[in-house]
Design a protein around this ligand. Sequence first.
Ligand SMILES: C[S@@+](CC[C@H](N)C(=O)[O-])C[C@H]1O[C@@H](n2cnc3c(N)ncnc32)[C@H](O)[C@@H]1O
Length: 350
Amino acid sequence: MLGTTSASKKLAQMTYGYWQSQCLYVVTNLGIPNLLQSGAMTVETIAKETSTKVETLYVLLRALAHLGVFVEKPGRVFAATELSEHLITNAEPSLGHFLMHIIEPSMWDAWRELGNSLKTGEVAFERAQGKNFYEFFMTENPDSRNLFNNAMSFLTNQAIDSLFEVYDFGQFDTVMDVGGNQGALIAHIVKKFGCKGILFDLPHEIETAPAFLARQGIDQDAVQVIGGNALEEIPKGADAIIMKYFLSVFSVEDAIKVLTRCKEALPKQGKVVLLQTLVPPRGAPVEYPDGTIPALAAVQMMVTNPGGYWRTEQEYKELFEKSGFQLEKVIYTGTSLTVMEFKCHEVIQE
Ligand SMILES: C[S@@+](CC[C@H](N)C(=O)[O-])C[C@H]1O[C@@H](n2cnc3c(N)ncnc32)[C@H](O)[C@@H]1O
């Protein structure tokens, strides 16, 4: 349609990208991958089960069959594939939850404001929704909040084995996950290494954490759940603080504030273990094996968070040094998640 050279084909595919993501969102939101777990179905049955119109649904399912998400069989029958199985949302946190969180209407609206936000300096999400990302998700939109929490748990579950192969959390007595969401990561750590855990996140966010931790088989006294604002105060009691996809939520100024609060909370020689996807330096491969393109994800962070973005290894090192920490080691996990371990140091320049 748009040309046949490899350059024009590549651009055409990028242009169509949003058609594909919206089609995926709609079928996942309708629960069609869930339905097809029990076997192939005619489009008429799927339409009945999802209260949709047969003919328009058919156009959508056929498109996704051509993209390999479903298989179309004779008689307008559709069946699951390995791709659609990843979109099942009625069992464990899955890629389907992640996809729905990334493409849900509030995000879609926020991306529409990207161009305007470049000119005005506002956060695109706030322009679109009239409120901060976390206020929107945590306080007034329980469905969006559940999606967000499941998306975060999915990312953690996916990375956990390779993380535990390279990093021993058993060296600590008490580990605190700051910005730990519902507690997926701290639950894995406590179970695997037997140390004590503290889960710290915004007060609204931790409301659901005790029930989530109980479902993971975590005893109440194994993980202490504390609500608060990391910009203001981080509780004492841990010899290590972990932060996964947390510091990237903040501007440089606020990240330094959070790290200063970490330093106040930790004992002398305490450690911060940063878990992040790093933006590669110029000249290095731009894509991780799991398909993550950090520079593109950095735009998503910019669309949603005031001043937050994904950073390079060097930028994190400098951020921590300014906040009184010293880089001890960097451990690559073989996935898009990298571990950077920092130790408390003397100089603080807030
Ligand atoms: C991108 S999520 C990452 C969650 C989790 N660490 C993970 O990797 O799955 C950021 C988390 O930071 C929390 N958060 C944001 N601002 C915060 C603040 N000022 N104080 C404490 N937690 C905060 C959010 O509620 C959310 O759970």
